[in-house]
Design a protein around this ligand. Structure first.
Ligand code: IPE
Ligand code: IPE
Ligand code: MG
Ligand code: MG
Ligand code: MG
Length: 298
Protein backbone atom coordinates (compact mmCIF):
# COMPACT_ATOMS: atom_id res chain seq x y z
CA UNK A 1 0.00 0.00 0.00
CA UNK A 2 1.29 3.51 -0.74
CA UNK A 3 1.76 5.66 2.37
CA UNK A 4 -1.24 7.72 3.46
CA UNK A 5 0.71 10.84 2.55
CA UNK A 6 1.41 9.61 -0.98
CA UNK A 7 -2.22 8.60 -1.45
CA UNK A 8 -3.19 12.19 -0.69
CA UNK A 9 -0.60 13.41 -3.21
CA UNK A 10 -2.06 11.10 -5.87
CA UNK A 11 -5.58 12.25 -5.09
CA UNK A 12 -4.75 15.91 -5.32
CA UNK A 13 -2.83 15.46 -8.61
CA UNK A 14 -5.74 13.43 -9.99
CA UNK A 15 -8.14 16.21 -9.04
CA UNK A 16 -5.97 18.75 -10.81
CA UNK A 17 -5.97 16.63 -13.97
CA UNK A 18 -9.71 15.93 -13.80
CA UNK A 19 -10.43 19.61 -13.39
CA UNK A 20 -8.34 20.55 -16.40
CA UNK A 21 -9.95 17.83 -18.56
CA UNK A 22 -13.43 18.84 -17.43
CA UNK A 23 -12.78 22.49 -18.30
CA UNK A 24 -10.85 21.82 -21.51
CA UNK A 25 -11.91 24.55 -23.91
CA UNK A 26 -12.03 22.13 -26.88
CA UNK A 27 -14.59 19.83 -25.28
CA UNK A 28 -17.38 22.15 -24.19
CA UNK A 29 -19.84 21.46 -27.04
CA UNK A 30 -21.98 18.99 -25.14
CA UNK A 31 -24.81 19.12 -27.67
CA UNK A 32 -22.90 17.10 -30.25
CA UNK A 33 -22.93 13.28 -30.20
CA UNK A 34 -19.25 13.16 -31.08
CA UNK A 35 -18.29 15.39 -28.17
CA UNK A 36 -20.59 13.47 -25.84
CA UNK A 37 -18.74 10.28 -26.73
CA UNK A 38 -15.32 11.93 -26.30
CA UNK A 39 -16.28 13.32 -22.90
CA UNK A 40 -17.88 10.02 -21.87
CA UNK A 41 -14.62 8.14 -22.30
CA UNK A 42 -12.14 10.85 -21.34
CA UNK A 43 -13.89 11.94 -18.15
CA UNK A 44 -14.74 8.41 -16.95
CA UNK A 45 -13.01 7.52 -13.67
CA UNK A 46 -9.55 6.35 -14.73
CA UNK A 47 -6.52 6.32 -12.48
CA UNK A 48 -4.91 9.23 -14.42
CA UNK A 49 -1.61 7.46 -13.99
CA UNK A 50 0.06 8.89 -17.13
CA UNK A 51 -0.84 12.56 -16.48
CA UNK A 52 0.30 12.17 -12.87
CA UNK A 53 3.58 10.87 -14.23
CA UNK A 54 3.91 14.02 -16.37
CA UNK A 55 3.29 16.20 -13.29
CA UNK A 56 5.70 14.32 -11.02
CA UNK A 57 8.44 14.15 -13.67
CA UNK A 58 8.13 17.90 -14.20
CA UNK A 59 8.50 18.45 -10.46
CA UNK A 60 11.41 16.01 -10.22
CA UNK A 61 13.21 18.35 -12.62
CA UNK A 62 12.37 21.35 -10.44
CA UNK A 63 9.70 22.57 -12.85
CA UNK A 64 6.37 24.20 -12.01
CA UNK A 65 3.87 21.39 -12.54
CA UNK A 66 1.05 23.78 -13.48
CA UNK A 67 2.97 24.50 -16.67
CA UNK A 68 2.92 20.78 -17.50
CA UNK A 69 -0.83 20.43 -16.98
CA UNK A 70 -1.79 20.88 -20.67
CA UNK A 71 0.70 18.15 -21.56
CA UNK A 72 -0.69 15.94 -18.80
CA UNK A 73 -4.16 16.41 -20.32
CA UNK A 74 -2.82 15.67 -23.81
CA UNK A 75 -1.30 12.38 -22.69
CA UNK A 76 -4.59 11.34 -21.06
CA UNK A 77 -6.44 12.17 -24.31
CA UNK A 78 -4.15 9.83 -26.23
CA UNK A 79 -4.62 7.17 -23.55
CA UNK A 80 -8.43 7.52 -23.62
CA UNK A 81 -8.41 7.22 -27.42
CA UNK A 82 -6.27 4.07 -27.16
CA UNK A 83 -8.74 2.47 -24.74
CA UNK A 84 -11.74 3.28 -26.96
CA UNK A 85 -10.08 1.64 -29.96
CA UNK A 86 -8.58 -1.24 -27.92
CA UNK A 87 -12.10 -2.18 -26.80
CA UNK A 88 -13.65 -2.20 -30.28
CA UNK A 89 -14.95 -5.53 -31.63
CA UNK A 90 -12.19 -5.54 -34.24
CA UNK A 91 -9.61 -5.45 -31.45
CA UNK A 92 -10.22 -6.82 -27.92
CA UNK A 93 -14.00 -6.69 -28.17
CA UNK A 94 -14.70 -5.57 -24.61
CA UNK A 95 -17.96 -4.23 -23.23
CA UNK A 96 -16.81 -2.87 -19.85
CA UNK A 97 -14.31 -0.07 -19.22
CA UNK A 98 -13.75 2.08 -16.14
CA UNK A 99 -16.83 0.48 -14.61
CA UNK A 100 -19.06 1.56 -17.50
CA UNK A 101 -20.14 0.24 -20.90
CA UNK A 102 -17.36 0.75 -23.46
CA UNK A 103 -17.72 3.68 -25.84
CA UNK A 104 -19.01 1.60 -28.76
CA UNK A 105 -21.58 -0.07 -26.47
CA UNK A 106 -22.80 3.23 -25.07
CA UNK A 107 -22.82 4.94 -28.49
CA UNK A 108 -22.00 2.88 -31.60
CA UNK A 109 -18.89 1.67 -33.39
CA UNK A 110 -18.63 4.51 -35.88
CA UNK A 111 -19.01 7.10 -33.12
CA UNK A 112 -16.41 5.29 -30.99
CA UNK A 113 -13.92 5.24 -33.87
CA UNK A 114 -14.40 8.93 -34.51
CA UNK A 115 -14.35 9.86 -30.81
CA UNK A 116 -10.97 8.12 -30.59
CA UNK A 117 -9.70 9.98 -33.65
CA UNK A 118 -11.02 13.23 -32.18
CA UNK A 119 -9.22 12.76 -28.85
CA UNK A 120 -5.97 11.77 -30.54
CA UNK A 121 -5.86 14.86 -32.70
CA UNK A 122 -6.97 17.22 -29.92
CA UNK A 123 -3.99 16.06 -27.87
CA UNK A 124 -1.64 17.56 -30.44
CA UNK A 125 -3.64 20.78 -30.64
CA UNK A 126 -3.24 21.02 -26.87
CA UNK A 127 0.54 20.64 -27.02
CA UNK A 128 0.82 23.07 -29.92
CA UNK A 129 -1.33 25.77 -28.36
CA UNK A 130 -0.63 25.48 -24.64
CA UNK A 131 2.97 24.43 -24.17
CA UNK A 132 5.55 27.18 -24.38
CA UNK A 133 8.16 28.15 -25.47
CA UNK A 134 7.90 26.93 -29.04
CA UNK A 135 10.92 24.64 -29.01
CA UNK A 136 9.61 22.84 -25.91
CA UNK A 137 6.19 22.51 -27.50
CA UNK A 138 7.80 21.03 -30.62
CA UNK A 139 9.81 18.51 -28.59
CA UNK A 140 6.65 17.43 -26.76
CA UNK A 141 4.80 16.95 -30.06
CA UNK A 142 7.56 14.73 -31.38
CA UNK A 143 7.74 12.70 -28.15
CA UNK A 144 4.00 12.09 -28.15
CA UNK A 145 3.81 11.31 -31.87
CA UNK A 146 6.61 8.75 -31.59
CA UNK A 147 5.10 7.12 -28.51
CA UNK A 148 1.54 6.96 -29.82
CA UNK A 149 2.31 6.00 -33.40
CA UNK A 150 3.78 3.18 -35.44
CA UNK A 151 7.09 3.27 -33.56
CA UNK A 152 5.21 2.97 -30.26
CA UNK A 153 1.68 2.09 -29.26
CA UNK A 154 0.15 1.53 -32.69
CA UNK A 155 3.02 -0.78 -33.65
CA UNK A 156 2.75 -2.65 -30.34
CA UNK A 157 -1.01 -3.03 -30.67
CA UNK A 158 -0.58 -4.47 -34.17
CA UNK A 159 1.87 -7.10 -32.92
CA UNK A 160 -0.32 -7.84 -29.89
CA UNK A 161 -3.16 -8.69 -32.30
CA UNK A 162 -0.93 -10.64 -34.72
CA UNK A 163 0.39 -12.71 -31.84
CA UNK A 164 -3.12 -13.72 -30.67
CA UNK A 165 -3.76 -17.45 -30.55
CA UNK A 166 -0.18 -18.41 -31.37
CA UNK A 167 1.53 -20.81 -28.99
CA UNK A 168 5.15 -20.14 -29.86
CA UNK A 169 5.65 -16.58 -28.51
CA UNK A 170 9.02 -15.81 -26.93
CA UNK A 171 9.98 -13.54 -24.04
CA UNK A 172 11.74 -11.22 -26.52
CA UNK A 173 8.54 -10.84 -28.55
CA UNK A 174 6.55 -10.20 -25.40
CA UNK A 175 9.01 -7.55 -24.19
CA UNK A 176 8.94 -5.86 -27.57
CA UNK A 177 5.11 -5.79 -27.63
CA UNK A 178 4.78 -4.48 -24.07
CA UNK A 179 7.50 -1.87 -24.52
CA UNK A 180 5.60 -0.36 -27.42
CA UNK A 181 1.89 -0.90 -26.66
CA UNK A 182 2.13 0.34 -23.06
CA UNK A 183 5.71 1.34 -22.32
CA UNK A 184 6.10 3.98 -25.02
CA UNK A 185 3.31 6.27 -23.76
CA UNK A 186 4.48 5.85 -20.17
CA UNK A 187 8.04 6.75 -21.18
CA UNK A 188 6.80 9.71 -23.17
CA UNK A 189 4.77 10.95 -20.18
CA UNK A 190 7.90 10.92 -18.08
CA UNK A 191 10.11 12.49 -20.74
CA UNK A 192 7.56 15.20 -21.58
CA UNK A 193 7.27 16.15 -17.90
CA UNK A 194 11.07 16.27 -17.67
CA UNK A 195 11.43 18.31 -20.86
CA UNK A 196 8.95 20.89 -19.57
CA UNK A 197 10.42 20.95 -16.04
CA UNK A 198 13.99 21.18 -17.22
CA UNK A 199 13.42 24.40 -19.17
CA UNK A 200 12.22 26.15 -16.06
CA UNK A 201 15.13 25.18 -13.82
CA UNK A 202 17.89 25.07 -16.45
CA UNK A 203 19.68 22.39 -14.46
CA UNK A 204 21.58 19.45 -15.98
CA UNK A 205 19.79 17.02 -18.25
CA UNK A 206 17.79 14.40 -16.28
CA UNK A 207 15.77 13.16 -19.28
CA UNK A 208 18.05 10.20 -19.98
CA UNK A 209 18.02 9.06 -16.35
CA UNK A 210 14.24 9.31 -16.12
CA UNK A 211 13.92 7.37 -19.37
CA UNK A 212 15.68 4.39 -17.76
CA UNK A 213 13.27 4.62 -14.85
CA UNK A 214 10.27 4.93 -17.17
CA UNK A 215 11.22 1.79 -19.11
CA UNK A 216 10.98 -0.24 -15.91
CA UNK A 217 7.82 1.58 -14.83
CA UNK A 218 6.12 0.79 -18.16
CA UNK A 219 7.16 -2.84 -17.95
CA UNK A 220 5.91 -3.08 -14.37
CA UNK A 221 2.63 -1.45 -15.40
CA UNK A 222 1.85 -3.97 -18.14
CA UNK A 223 3.02 -7.01 -16.13
CA UNK A 224 0.64 -5.97 -13.37
CA UNK A 225 -2.13 -5.36 -15.94
CA UNK A 226 -1.59 -8.93 -17.18
CA UNK A 227 -1.59 -10.30 -13.61
CA UNK A 228 -4.75 -8.40 -12.69
CA UNK A 229 -6.49 -9.88 -15.75
CA UNK A 230 -5.84 -13.33 -14.28
CA UNK A 231 -6.23 -12.62 -10.58
CA UNK A 232 -8.70 -9.78 -10.07
CA UNK A 233 -12.37 -9.31 -10.84
CA UNK A 234 -14.51 -6.90 -12.86
CA UNK A 235 -15.99 -5.18 -9.79
CA UNK A 236 -12.53 -4.16 -8.56
CA UNK A 237 -10.95 -3.39 -11.93
CA UNK A 238 -13.87 -1.80 -13.75
CA UNK A 239 -13.08 -3.98 -16.78
CA UNK A 240 -13.66 -7.64 -17.52
CA UNK A 241 -11.04 -10.19 -16.46
CA UNK A 242 -9.83 -13.55 -17.85
CA UNK A 243 -9.87 -11.95 -21.29
CA UNK A 244 -6.24 -12.51 -22.22
CA UNK A 245 -6.35 -16.31 -21.94
CA UNK A 246 -9.70 -16.39 -23.76
CA UNK A 247 -8.16 -14.49 -26.66
CA UNK A 248 -4.85 -16.35 -26.57
CA UNK A 249 -2.84 -13.18 -25.86
CA UNK A 250 0.88 -13.36 -25.26
CA UNK A 251 1.24 -12.21 -21.62
CA UNK A 252 3.72 -12.49 -18.73
CA UNK A 253 1.62 -14.88 -16.62
CA UNK A 254 0.79 -16.84 -19.78
CA UNK A 255 4.44 -17.27 -20.69
CA UNK A 256 6.14 -17.43 -17.28
CA UNK A 257 3.32 -18.44 -14.92
CA UNK A 258 2.02 -16.30 -12.05
CA UNK A 259 5.16 -16.69 -9.95
CA UNK A 260 7.46 -15.99 -12.90
CA UNK A 261 5.48 -12.86 -13.76
CA UNK A 262 5.65 -11.68 -10.14
CA UNK A 263 9.40 -12.17 -10.14
CA UNK A 264 9.73 -10.05 -13.30
CA UNK A 265 7.56 -7.40 -11.66
CA UNK A 266 9.86 -7.29 -8.62
CA UNK A 267 12.92 -7.08 -10.88
CA UNK A 268 11.39 -4.16 -12.76
CA UNK A 269 10.73 -2.48 -9.40
CA UNK A 270 14.36 -2.93 -8.31
CA UNK A 271 15.80 -1.71 -11.61
CA UNK A 272 13.46 1.29 -11.69
CA UNK A 273 14.43 2.32 -8.15
CA UNK A 274 18.09 1.96 -9.06
CA UNK A 275 17.63 4.28 -12.05
CA UNK A 276 16.22 7.00 -9.78
CA UNK A 277 19.13 6.95 -7.33
CA UNK A 278 21.32 9.52 -9.10
CA UNK A 279 18.43 12.00 -8.92
CA UNK A 280 18.29 11.88 -5.15
CA UNK A 281 15.47 13.41 -3.13
CA UNK A 282 13.87 15.21 -6.09
CA UNK A 283 12.76 11.84 -7.47
CA UNK A 284 11.31 10.46 -4.25
CA UNK A 285 7.70 10.67 -5.42
CA UNK A 286 8.52 8.92 -8.68
CA UNK A 287 9.87 6.06 -6.56
CA UNK A 288 6.63 5.97 -4.61
CA UNK A 289 4.70 5.95 -7.88
CA UNK A 290 6.66 2.88 -9.06
CA UNK A 291 5.92 1.10 -5.78
CA UNK A 292 2.25 2.01 -6.17
CA UNK A 293 2.21 0.48 -9.68
CA UNK A 294 3.85 -2.73 -8.47
CA UNK A 295 1.38 -3.09 -5.60
CA UNK A 296 -1.76 -1.78 -7.27
CA UNK A 297 -5.00 -3.76 -7.20
CA UNK A 298 -6.74 -1.89 -10.02
C1 IPE B 1 -5.17 0.22 -19.12
O1 IPE B 1 -4.59 1.39 -18.63
C2 IPE B 1 -4.60 -0.12 -20.45
C3 IPE B 1 -3.18 -0.46 -20.46
C4 IPE B 1 -2.33 0.19 -21.17
C5 IPE B 1 -2.68 -1.60 -19.70
P1 IPE B 1 -4.93 1.94 -17.16
O2 IPE B 1 -4.84 0.81 -16.18
O3 IPE B 1 -4.07 3.12 -16.90
O4 IPE B 1 -6.44 2.38 -17.30
P2 IPE B 1 -7.26 3.57 -16.61
O5 IPE B 1 -6.82 4.83 -17.26
O6 IPE B 1 -6.97 3.57 -15.13
O7 IPE B 1 -8.69 3.25 -16.91
C1 IPE C 1 -3.94 -2.13 -23.97
O1 IPE C 1 -3.50 -3.33 -23.46
C2 IPE C 1 -2.88 -1.28 -24.42
C3 IPE C 1 -3.42 -0.09 -25.09
C4 IPE C 1 -2.71 0.55 -25.93
C5 IPE C 1 -4.76 0.42 -24.81
P1 IPE C 1 -4.68 -4.27 -22.95
O2 IPE C 1 -5.56 -4.67 -24.06
O3 IPE C 1 -4.07 -5.34 -22.10
O4 IPE C 1 -5.48 -3.25 -22.00
P2 IPE C 1 -6.81 -3.62 -21.19
O5 IPE C 1 -6.45 -4.80 -20.31
O6 IPE C 1 -7.86 -3.92 -22.20
O7 IPE C 1 -7.09 -2.38 -20.38
MG1 MG D 1 -5.41 -4.93 -26.10
MG1 MG E 1 -7.74 -4.68 -24.04
MG1 MG F 1 -4.85 -6.04 -20.24
Amino acid sequence: MPSAEFQLVLESLRNEVNDSLEKCEYLQDTSSRLFQAMRYSLLAPGKRFRPILVQLSCEACAGNRMLSLPAAAAVEMVHAYSLIHDDLPAMDNDDLRRGRPTCHKQFDEATALLAGNGLLTLAFKMLGEHITPEDVSQQCVIELADAAGVFGMVGGQMDDILQEGKTEGTLEQLQSIHARKTGALISASCRIGAIIGRTISYHSDPVAQLTKYAEQLGLAFQISDDLLDVQSDAATLGKNTQKDAAKGKLTYPGLLGIEGARKELQLAHERGMEALKPMGASAQRLGELLTYVVERDR
